[in-house]
Design a protein around this ligand. Structure first.
Ligand SMILES: [Zn+2]
Length: 99
């Protein structure tokens, strides 16, 4: 069954009023879960590595500051500068200095 572009637009507008995250995610060919993660991380891409204590690293990946959803998805499995090079001991000593 073919739905006309106008009906698709009307459906999207109506759906946007109740579920805007669905329409936004769909416009980026993403899923709603990606949208919520993107928003939860303040539109930054958080490093995928874990710290020595087992917590997720809170650093932002290179070029991952305030990015759009499609870029966020593209970079979402990357690491920060410290974990990118595999120097986790440096990260531990940096964390202690920051406290
Ligand atoms: Zn990291």
């Amino acid at each position: 069954m073919n739905i006309s572009p106008i009906k698709q637009t009307i459906t999207s507008v109506l759906l946007y009023q109740t579920e805007p995250e669905f329409i936004i995610a769909k416009s980026y060919s993403a899923i709603v879960a990606n949208y919520w993660q993107w928003k939860l991380q303040d539109f930054n891409v958080q490093c995928s590595a874990n710290t020595h204590k087992g917590n997720r690293c809170r650093n932002i990946v290179t070029t991952g500051h305030m990015v759009g959803l499609s870029k966020w998805i593209e970079l979402s499995d990357r690491y920060c500068e410290i974990h990118e090079s595999g120097v986790t001991n440096t990260y531990a000593s940096l964390s202690k200095k920051q406290k």
